[in-house]
Design a protein around this ligand. Structure first.
Ligand SMILES: [Zn+2]
Length: 601
């Protein structure tokens, strides 16, 4: 059993639950006619039994968790790290820059799920270890031979590259230390590494695996503050005579500590966010900061620790960051305040982390950054209470969207429906139009800054001149830095309906071009034993592809990030001689391309 004593211990809870199950069944036996003992005696027996289970449990759980790799452990990513729209849910172990390192079962169990796909974790294995604990190994290069053969049979059975199958304990049992696969770079991976996760199936939470490996991974380096942001809260606060947020950089004090010396003269309601990174020994990587605390005049006002979270909560990460900074400058500023629509359970705060400056004095604000090893950095900033007028935002022409409830907006050429639970805060929504003849609709700018939505909202845009015969070629795009990024949608009476996940810039386009199929090094196919193609699309993306040899399905494996598909010459399925190869690719608008050729095997 995997156990490390933490404040809240779900392995312990899980085991306790199974203890109770045994305990309950033992009660049944003892309560039966076999043992005619008094209730009091029975309680003592039960109690002893229970203690016995506990002891037995404790001795099992004392085992450390075996590492999933047999090379020196270094991380390229840690648990809870901020990623686009989510918190990183595991550890990324470095694999010395190469693929093919043996990946090892960290505990007895069985392979309960195998996933193969062009994105996400690529080739991934899920191991079940008893009642509720599961471990996940992602971005694998390949599986062991027996699992690989099973996966391939599934792929041919379903005539599909993507696989997601659940397995029983009898299919592929594993023992601690068994090789279960080989590390790789498959799926949405940015370089060779192993993504490793621990999940508690009882609570649906992912758990930080680092505490199991702190004796093998060295970290003496403290987290650092890279920048501080001060926010005057709209209509309620003011900072340095302005309603604008202010970015400030820390400097080193005489004793080498970080401090913020910029002038912060404020009045009313203000808040902060911090751009922070952690570091570890022996690597140049940067990591997320596990624990963040803010004190005002030595009183704890905000505290967040990331040692476990529910996967269904991961999108709240957008509520915890300055989303505008992320969208426009690609930097993560973690708020030390909690907006009313943010329901993450691992944050505690006083007055939601907002600070009321209402006295003409100095307020001491301290940020405490702590990593999993207890390396701690304390950074101080001073706020001077100075009475100054709070100017109110001009809300003329804006539409008030309420945090609690459904919101609707309509204007020329646009309809927007925001279901309950989308917003993290109420806001005065602003809408603007830009006329641009390169699009099939006007360009619609939703709000005066990027806003993340917790759930999708429904956006409908009207087509100005509905000239296309193939209506499915229309789609909505979001325009970021003058580049179109496909959202899609469905055609309905001259309108396109689509789901959007954030406020931004949207317009209607049409994708009339089929994907492009490019054979790669065709003359080398037979000598290399691999037939490979690049599959690209101008706009809506390759939605489906199918390879056939002599009219029968042929397995082409896809690497999404490289737009690459490959067929490995398969001596079990391919006879010697001349063959016809046909490859069909279809984009999200139904535009289709067929490529045909012959080869001699
Ligand atoms: Zn990862």
């Amino acid at each position: 059993m995997i156990v490390k004593n933490k404040k809240k211990n779900n392995y312990f809870q899980a085991f306790m639950l199974s203890c109770f199950r045994v305990f309950a069944s033992s009660r049944l036996i003892f309560n039966s006619q076999l043992f005619r003992i008094s209730h009091c005696q029975l309680s003592i027996v039960n109690c002893q039994l229970y203690l016995c289970f506990l002891l037995c449990f404790t001795s099992i759980t004392a085992q450390p968790l075996r590492p999933p790799l047999d090379i020196p452990l270094l991380l390229s990513g840690n648990f809870g790290e901020l990623r686009s729209n989510h918190y990183h849910s595991g550890l990324d172990f470095k694999t010395q820059g190469v693929e093919g390192k043996a990946v090892i079962a960290v505990q007895d169990g069985y392979i309960c799920r195998v996933v193969v796909g062009p994105w996400g974790y690529g080739n991934a294995l899920y191991l079940s270890h008893g009642d509720s604990i599961m471990t996940l190994y992602g971005h694998l290069q390949r599986f062991t031979n027996n699992v690989a053969a099973f996966v391939k049979s599934k792929q041919y059975e379903n005539e599909r590259f993507e696989v997601d199958v659940r397995l029983t304990p009898d299919d592929f049992p594993v023992k601690t230390g068994d090789i279960i696969g080989y590390s790789g770079n498959s799926g949405s991976s940015g370089g060779p590494h192993l993504h490793f996760e621990i999940r508690d199936m009882l609570t649906d939470e992912v758990i930080d695996p680092l505490p199991y490996y702190t004796d093998r991974i060295k970290d003496t380096r403290t987290p650092k503050l890279k920048a501080l942001m001060v926010y005057p809260i709209e209509n309620e606060g003011v900072v340095n005579g302005s309603q604008q947020k202010r970015r400030m950089l820390p400097v080193a004090s005489q004793d080498g500590r970080q401090i913020v010396t910029d002038k912060i003269e404020a009045w009313g309601k203000i808040a902060f966010s911090v751009n922070i990174d952690d570091y570890m020994d022996g690597t140049t990587n940067v990591y997320g900061v596990k624990e963040l605390t803010m004190f005002v005049d030595n009183q704890k006002v905000f505290h967040r620790v990331l040692d476990r979270f529910n996967l269904s909560d991961t999108r709240y990460m957008n509520a915890c960051i300055d989303f505008e900074e992320w969208k426009e400058k690609r930097s993560f500023f973690t708020k030390t305040f909690v907006e009313p629509g943010n329901h993450l359970p691992f944050i505690t705060s006083k007055n939601r982390g907002y600070i009321i400056i209402d006295e003409p004095r100095t307020y001491q604000v301290t940020f405490q950054l702590t990593d999993a090893y207890g390396n701690t950095n304390l950074i101080t900033a001073e706020v001077t209470g100075k009475e100054q007028p709070v100017t109110h935002t001009n809300t003329n022409g804006a539409t008030l969207f309420y945090l609690n409830g459904e919101n609707q907006f309509g204007a020329k050429g646009i309809r927007l429906f925001i279901p309950r639970g989308c917003l993290y805060n109420s806001l005065y929504f602003q809408h603007r139009i830009i006329v641009d003849s390169t699009y099939f609709s006007d360009i619609h700018i939703l709000h005066n800054k990027p806003i993340a939505l917790h759930r999708p909202a429904q956006l409908s845009l009207r087509i100005l001149e509905d000239t296309l015969i193939e209506k499915r070629q229309y789609g909505i795009v979001t325009i970021v830095n003058k580049r179109n990024s496909w959202i899609g949608g469905t055609y309905r009476d001259g309108w396109i309906d689509a789901n959007i996940n954030e406020f931004g810039v949207y317009a209607v386009v049409a994708d009339k071009k089929p994907p492009v199929i490019t054979p790669l090094e065709q003359s080398q196919w037979m000598t290399r034993g691999i037939i490979s193609f690049r599959l690209t699309d101008n706009l809506s993306g390759v939605a489906a592809y199918r390879g056939e040899i002599d009219g029968n399905y042929a397995l082409f494996e896809m690497d999404g990030k490289k737009s690459l598909i490959i067929y490995k010459l398969d001596k079990e399925r391919l006879t010697r001689g001349k063959h016809t190869l046909s490859l069909t690719a279809t984009d999200a608008c139904g535009n289709r391309k067929v490529f045909e050729t012959t080869f001699v095997y």
